[in-house]
Design a protein around this ligand. Structure first.
Ligand code: SF4
Length: 409
């Protein structure tokens, strides 16, 4: 029987990694401080990676480390030693975009699986066969693959296939862009992309200015959200479903991982997902979003409506109001950590690894001096409040927002 599909989450630090695993990720990919794209999101030194593996082992999960920069000659220093350190730490796989790094990993750290990064833009099974002959163990497909591409490639590929299902998209063909290099001297293929595509531009035709200062031009793709395609991907035999976003918050990771965990488990349990259940999963995913989303290339070439022009679309959701630090079942008092403003009396819900959207009207809240507060407006303040049902450390409390999510999906 085929192995169950893997849910692969990103994490930018140990806190987010632990949340990803507790909320249901089978594996987490992280960036080390060396040889990794998204260097700004790479907070794991080798000690952190050792701790990550230990935590993952204890929870039956796996750690993948991105070693995915396209190295220049000057970048190669210490590569072998670093790969050996990852192997010794018990990392399951390295994600490589460079043939040099992939081949070096095979030679010096043979216990590491080598996964070929999406940066390589693999879109067909012949490419997978080629990489198999070089010792690669898994291929991460390009985000530019349609569902039909993914199905056909998976059916004919000798290697397990990993596909992106959620998160940011590049307006360019992923990784084939030098906007950032040109405009900021920050190399997108060495982890420094400044997202220059999302900046605001004045447009000129020769000397003629085409837009005024009130209507500056910018461009980006809507984020990917492929929840509707999960049953197809499972039935097609895809090995791993990948969420993008090593820079994302704990709340984002908890919300997205939990929604996909429930969705995947339900496909295995029931074989298919009803429209009503799919609406629930889409609603859950939208609670983490602050940018409009679309299905990327899954349904074919993205149309004009899959892009954002003139708006960046990014914002920070204020829904996440507190996380649970501890709970005393005998008094029903919870200690919580404030994350965003709220007032006692507001409508909220609690979700966590073992609880799904339990409704809650926030009751009286007390600060560390046991003074009742009128409003919680100090992020990271510790409060106590009564919660009339059992909650656990790492559960999260979010406001129930009545908002039109139709622009999101
Ligand atoms: S600048 Fe934009 S299009 Fe270019 S690599 Fe960065 S995110 Fe992609």
């Amino acid at each position: 029987m085929r192995q169950r599909i893997e849910l692969l989450s990103p994490a930018g630090d140990l806190e987010r990694l632990k949340i990803a695993i507790l909320y249901g990720a089978d594996a987490v990919y992280i960036g080390g401080k060396k040889f990794s794209l998204r260097s700004r999101a790479s907070n794991f030194d080798i000690e952190d990676i050792q701790e990550a593996v230990k935590f993952a082992d204890a929870h039956g999960a796996r750690i993948h480390v991105t070693v995915n920069m396209l190295p220049h000659e000057e970048d190669m220093h210490d590569l072998k030693e670093y790969l050996k350190q990852l192997e010794d730490a018990g990392v399951t796989a390295v994600i490589c975009a460079s043939a040099t790094i992939a081949m070096t990993a095979k030679a010096v750290a043979p216990k590491l699986e080598v996964h070929l990064s999406t940066q390589h833009s693999t879109c067909n099974s012949l490419a997978a066969k080629f990489w198999q002959s070089k010792g690669v163990d898994r291929v991460v497909l390009a985000r530019e693959c349609t569902l039909e591409d993914i199905k056909a490639t998976t059916a004919a590929s000798p290697l397990p296939i990993e596909a992106f299902i959620h998160g940011g998209m590049c307006i360019s063909y992923s990784g084939r862009c030098t906007l950032s290099n040109n405009m900021t001297n920050r190399d997108a293929n060495r982890g420094g992309c400044a997202q220059s595509c999302r900046w605001k531009y004045r447009l000129y035709k020769g000397d003629e200015k085409l837009n005024d200062d009130q209507e500056l031009f910018s461009m980006s793709s809507k984020d990917l959200m492929a929840a509707r395609y999960i049953p197809d991907l499972i039935h097609a035999g895809v090995a791993s479903l990948k969420i993008e976003g090593r820079m994302k918050s704990t709340y984002y990771i908890a919300t997205v991982v939990k929604a996909y965990r429930m969705l995947i488990d339900e496909v295995y349990e029931k074989g298919e997902i009803s429209e009503a259940r799919m609406a629930f999963f889409l609603s859950e995913l939208s609670k983490a979003e602050n940018r409009p989303a679309d299905v990327g290339f899954y349904a074919g070439l993205p149309k004009f409506s899959a892009h954002l022009y003139g708006v960046n679309g990014a914002g920070v959701t204020q829904e996440f109001i507190a996380s649970v630090l501890s709970y005393d079942a005998s008094t029903q008092m919870a200690t919580i950590l404030v994350r965003n403003n709220f007032k006692p009396g507001c409508q909220a819900e609690v979700f966590g690894p073992h609880i799904t959207n339990e409704p809650l009207i926030i009751g009286d809240c007390f600060d560390e001096m046991n003074e009742k507060i009128e409003v919680a407006n100090k992020p990271m303040q510790i409060l106590t409040t009564r919660i009339p049902f059992p909650v656990e450390k790492n559960d999260m409390i979010r406001k129930v927002m009545i908002k039109d999510r139709s622009t999101i999906y």
